[in-house]
Ligand binder design. Structure first.
Ligand SMILES: N[C@@H](CCC(=O)N[C@@H](CS)C(=O)NCC(=O)O)C(=O)O
Length: 199
């Protein structure tokens, strides 16, 4: 099994953490969507990471972790199979992946737009959306609990972890603005699937 993508990408790291949490042995090719476009294109016509090469190639982190849940999740997949638990985990995952999308839009605007064309209010709006999503999850953290939901590791923790990491990477002060979430991600980083995927 081959994971295409760099763990600097929150979507790729989400998949890498999930693979490790399930104890799956895999190889990883550290390709970036922008710097290695042609090579990435061979696995994903859209030119984006991550891709997971199996008998056929899976693309998009959501579809990949869905497959991993089915193949390796047994009776406790990281996203529960059904019911209110499933919807609660999916809601956090949607918030956190949406936060990653907005954070990257802000970063792409800064990095891929000529300076004179950068529209700062757009960047500020993207960053505000990131922080609002993180604040919603920050409010869900119970410091007495090791994980966000269900008393066990779920895809809610994995996605919150990568989104908070991205937010810090683009200069947002999660320490001050979402301290409970920041404390949770510090705790998660002590666990091997999180620590061993640090870029
Ligand atoms: N919805 C996708 C998003 C993947 C994505 O945007 N990946 C970024 C890297 S962080 C990428 O490859 N960007 C290159 C591009 O969009 O051209 C997922 O969850 O996998």
């Amino acid at each position: 099994m081959l994971l295409i993508g760099v763990n600097r990408s929150p979507y790729t790291r989400r998949v890498a953490i999930t693979l490790k949490a399930y104890g799956v042995i895999f190889e990883q090719r550290d390709l970036s969507g922008f710097a290695n476009r042609a090579e990435v294109h061979a696995s994903n016509p859209l030119g984006r990471i991550p891709a997971l090469v199996l008998d056929s190639t899976l693309i998009d982190s959501g579809a990949i972790v869905d497959h991993l849940d089915e193949a390796y999740g047994g009776n406790q997949p990281l996203t529960p199979d059904a019911g209110t638990d499933r919807r609660a985990v999916l809601k956090v995952a949607a918030l956190m992946m949406g936060a990653c999308d907005k954070g990257l839009q802000a970063a792409y605007t800064r990095n891929h737009t000529p300076a004179e064309k950068i529209h700062q209010p757009w960047i500020d709006d993207c960053n505000a959306q990131v922080m609002n999503a993180l604040a919603a999850v920050d409010a869900m953290v119970d410091p007495a609990q090791p994980y966000l939901l269900l008393g066990r590791l779920t895809q809610a923790d994995v996605t919150a972890f990568v989104a908070e990491r991205l937010a810090r990477g683009i200069g947002l002060d999660t320490e001050a603005r979402t301290p409970w979430l920041r404390a949770l991600t510090r705790k998660l980083l002590e666990e091997p699937p999180f620590r061993s995927t640090e870029p």
